[in-house]
Design a protein around this ligand. Structure first.
Ligand code: SF4
Length: 78
C-alpha cells in the first residue's frame, strides 16, 4: 500500500459507510500498481470491511464464493 494510489490518503476513505463512499474509494484504486496484491491480501486474510484492490466487500464475497465453487467443481470432476 505504500506504493499504491492510496498512499497519503486518509484511511477512512477506504472504509466508507455507504455506496457513494465505496465508489469514491474504488476510483482511487483505478490504475493502482498494487491492485492485485492488495486484493489478494484482503481475500487471503478474509478482510470483510473496506475497499481493497478496487473491490467492495460485496465484490470480494462474490470472488471468494466463485473460488470455492471452482474448487468444489474441480473436486467433483477429478
Ligand atoms: S488497490 Fe486501492 S486500496 Fe489497494 S493499495 Fe491500491 S489504491 Fe490502495
Amino acid at each position: 500500500m505504500a506504493e499504491g494510489n492510496c498512499a497519503g490518503q486518509a484511511p477512512d476513505l477506504f472504509f466508507p459507510s455507504d455506496g457513494v463512499g465505496v465508489e469514491v474509494a474504488k476510483k482511487v484504486c483505478i490504475g493502482c500498481p498494487s491492485t492485485e496484491a492488495c486484493l489478494e491480501y484482503a481475500l487471503t486474510y478474509r478482510i470483510e470491511h473496506g475497499v481493497w484492490g478496487g473491490c467492495s466487500e460485496r465484490q470480494r464475497r462474490r470472488i471468494l464464493k466463485a473460488r470455492r465453487l471452482a474448487v468444489q467443481s474441480e473436486a467433483v470432476n477429478a
